[in-house]
Design a protein around this ligand. Structure first.
Ligand code: F6P
Length: 317
């Protein structure tokens, strides 16, 4: 194998992964072609050789030096054929795709429909890749959200207020659960768990009578909008609420030590796997051991075990 390509989505730790791919490949005398702007860039032929030097000083940077974009054109056969042509014209023998569910679905399609050798590296703040314990970017996202939450808590405590804080995660409550437990929050609303607003409001009112006036409620974006929950609480309890939607700050920032190391290991392992001739797989790490799983499995919906976390949030409130 002489030449491989890499394209990415966006989250903290992806640059560390690009660096690991380029330097591991260089160790084996394999050239790496960086594909800019994700699948759209692959369609448009936006490619550039990445050298050991060109990935210097990026291990601590959030985002992706390759930039990224959503591509509607890649959903069409015409777009896919153009993407395949770019790979062929540039003699790219294998493709590493670093990203979440959508990116890995694209890698699976290129492998199964067009016979391209692809390896996926799970990288998404949502941590919703099936069969993968921890995706690149998820740890940083939780830490960024936690930092914001600690600041909100200062105000919530000083002004004795109820705050409803919305976090990202798409249809998955993983970020919300982590933030709620690590942030010492009173309630967490996630897609995986039913909840009754009336019961929560009764708890708030009861707490209020006993002198507990500050509450922080975490809402996963896939469950509800923070503003709707806050309005409902005010309507039922008569108490003042404030809302904070953390949004895209959770996707940026300096990657944590956990994300940098995971990115380095999975990026390097992805090169080894391509070199071994494997394709249509996703790399992952469990108990400090590296595995591959079929992309077909990885892109299925992930069921996260929420009960232990949820119970503990309620015990510790
Ligand atoms: O999948 C990562 C994620 O940040 C989700 O948590 C969020 O719902 C979505 O992407 C936001 O997408 P965009 O950046 O396109 O608005």
């Amino acid at each position: 194998m002489k030449r491989i390509g890499i394209l990415t989505r966006d989250c903290a730790g992806i640059n560390a992964c690009i660096r690991a791919v380029v330097r591991t490949a260089s160790f084996y005398n394999i050239e790496v072609i960086g594909i800019f702007r994700g699948y759209q860039g692959l369609i448009n032929g936006e490619v550039k050789v990445l050298t050991r030097r060109s990935v210097s000083g990026i291990i601590n940077q959030g985002g992706t030096i390759l930039k990224t974009a959503r591509s509607k054109q890649f959903l069409t056969e015409e777009g896919q054929l153009k993407a395949v042509r770019t790979l062929q014209e540039n003699n790219i023998e294998g493709l590493i795709v670093v990203g979440g569910n959508g990116s890995l679905t694209g890698a699976h399609l290129l492998a199964t429909k067009y016979g391209i050798s692809t390896v996926g590296v799970p990288a998404t703040i949502d941590n919703d890749i099936n069969g993968v314990d921890l995706s690149i970017g998820a740890d940083t996202a939780v830490n960024v959200a936690l930092d914001a939450l600690d600041k909100i808590r200062d105000t919530a405590t000083s002004l004795e207020r109820i705050f409803v804080v919305e976090v990202m995660g798409r249809e998955c409550g993983w970020i919300a659960l982590q933030v709620a437990l690590a942030g010492g929050c009173e309630e967490v609303l996630i897609p995986e768990k039913d909840f009754g607003i009336t019961k929560m409001c009764e708890d708030i009112t009861e707490g209020n009578i006993k002198g507990k006036v500050s509450w922080i409620i975490i809402v996963a974006e896939g469950k509800a909008k923070a503003v709707d929950i806050a309005n409902k609480i005010t309507e039922i309890t008569g108490l003042e609420t404030r809302v904070a939607v953390l949004g895209h700050i959770q996707r940026g920032g300096r990657p944590t030590r956990i994300d940098r190391i995971l990115a380095a290991q999975l990026g390097s392992y992805a090169v080894e796997i391509l070199k071994e001739g494997k394709s249509d797989v996703c790399v992952t790490k469990r108990d400090n051991t590296f595995y591959t799983l079929p992309l077909e499995e990885a892109i299925k919906p992930k069921e996260i075990k929420v009960d232990n976390y949820y119970k503990l949030v309620k015990i510790l409130l």
